[in-house]
Design a protein around this ligand. Structure first.
Ligand SMILES: NC(=O)c1ccc[n+]([C@@H]2O[C@H](COP(=O)([O-])OP(=O)(O)OC[C@H]3O[C@@H](n4cnc5c(N)ncnc54)[C@H](O)[C@@H]3O)[C@@H](O)[C@H]2O)c1
Length: 273
C-alpha cells in the first residue's frame, strides 16, 4: 500500500515491529509513522484514527488487521481464552471502524478492509476465533449496507500466510501430539497484500460488502450466508411435519462444514457432496 503511494500509520501493541515496518517503508521512499495503541480500547482507537488525520490530513483507508488467535476445543476452553480474542478481533475492529467512518463520512469517501478467516466457516479448536471472524464478516455486510450512500466501502479479506499466528496453531497441534501442519504452505504475508491494495484503491470502486479469500495462488469470494432455496412452506409447522421435511424436502440439502468447500473445484463436485 505504501509502495502504491499511500501514507501509512502502522499501529501495533509493540513499538518494535511497528517501527521496523515504518523503517522499511521510509527506506523504500514511502511515508509512514509508527503508533502504539491497543485497538480494543475505544479512546485508544480514537487517538489512532485522529493521529492519521492529524499527520496526513485525513483517512482514506483502514485495514483492521490486528488479531489474536487461541486454539482450544470446547471441552478444553478456559475462561481466560475467550474474552481477549473477542476484545481484539471483534471490539477492536468495531472501535477503529467507528472512528474512521466518522472521518471518512465527512470526506465523502473511504475504504474499510476487515480481516476475517476461513475459520469463520467452522474449524475444530478454533470456535471462538472463528466466531470473532464470523462476526467480522457480519459487520462487513451491515456496514457496507449502512454506508453505501456515504461513499464508504467496506470489504474483508480472508488471508493465508505463515506468521506468528501460525506458531500458535503449530504449538497447539504439537501439544496434542499431532504433526504440525502449521506451514500455511510457507506463504509469505506479502502474498496477501495485493488484495488489500485492490480493496483500498479506486480499482474496486464498485465492490462493497464482499469477502475476498486469498490462499497463495487461489483467489475466491466467500458466499454470503443466506437462506437456501427453495423454502418449504407449511401454514403451521409441527414436530411431525418438521421431521417429515427433514426426511424428504430438506434431505441431502445440508451444506458441508468448514473450509472443506474450498477443496471443491467445481459446482458439479459441490452438488455431488
Ligand atoms: N496468518 C494467517 O494464515 C491468517 C489466516 C486468517 C486470518 N488471519 C488474520 O490476519 C490478521 C493478521 O494476523 P497475522 O497472521 O499477521 O498474525 P500476527 O500475530 O503475526 O499479527 C497480529 C498483530 O496484531 C497485533 N495486535 C494484537 N492485539 C492487538 C491490540 N489489542 N491492539 C493492536 N494490535 C494488536 C499483534 O501485536 C500482532 O502484531 C489477523 O486478523 C488474523 O486473524 C491470518
Amino acid at each position: 500500500v505504501a509502495q502504491a503511494g499511500a501514507a501509512v500509520v502502522v499501529n501495533d501493541l509493540d513499538r518494535g515491529p511497528a517501527e521496523a515496518v515504518v523503517q522499511e517503508i521510509v527506506a523504500a521512499g514511502g511515508r509512514a509513522i509508527a503508533h502504539v495503541a491497543d485497538i480494543s480500547v475505544w479512546p485508544c482507537a480514537e487517538e489512532l484514527i485522529a493521529r492519521c488525520a492529524d499527520e496526513f490530513g485525513g483517512i482514506d483507508g483502514l485495514v483492521n488487521n490486528a488479531g489474536l488467535a487461541g486454539l482450544a476445543r470446547l471441552d478444553e476452553l478456559a475462561e481466560s481464552d475467550i474474552r481477549p480474542m473477542i476484545e481484539v478481533n471483534l471490539v477492536g475492529t468495531i472501535n477503529c471502524s467507528a472512528h474512521a467512518a466518522r472521518q471518512m463520512a465527512r470526506a465523502g469517501r473511504g475504504s474499510i478492509v476487515n480481516v476475517t478467516s476461513g475459520a469463520q466457516m467452522g474449524a475444530p479448536a478454533m470456535s471462538v476465533y472463528g466466531a470473532t471472524k464470523g462476526a467480522v464478516a457480519s459487520l462487513t455486510y451491515s456496514w457496507a449496507m449502512e454506508l453505501r450512500e456515504t461513499g464508504i466501502r467496506v470489504n474483508a479479506v480472508s488471508p493465508t500466510a505463515e506468521t506468528r499466528m501460525m506458531d500458535v496453531v503449530a504449538d497447539y497441534q504439537r501439544g496434542r501430539g499431532g504433526a504440525s501442519k502449521g506451514s500455511s504452505k510457507s506463504l509469505a504475508p506479502e502474498t496477501n497484500t495485493p488484495v488489500v491494495e485492490y480493496l483500498l484503491s479506486d480499482f474496486s470502486a464498485k465492490i462493497t460488502g464482499q469477502i475476498v479469500r486469498i490462499d497463495g495462488s487461489r483467489l475466491a469470494l466467500f458466499a454470503h450466508p443466506g437462506v437456501l432455496l427453495p423454502i418449504v412452506k407449511n401454514p403451521q409447522w409441527t414436530l411431525e411435519s418438521i421431521r417429515e421435511a427433514f426426511a424428504h424436502d430438506l434431505e441431502g440439502r445440508q451444506l458441508p462444514l468448514g473450509l472443506q468447500c474450498l477443496e471443491i473445484s467445481s459446482i458439479s463436485d459441490y452438488a455431488s457432496q
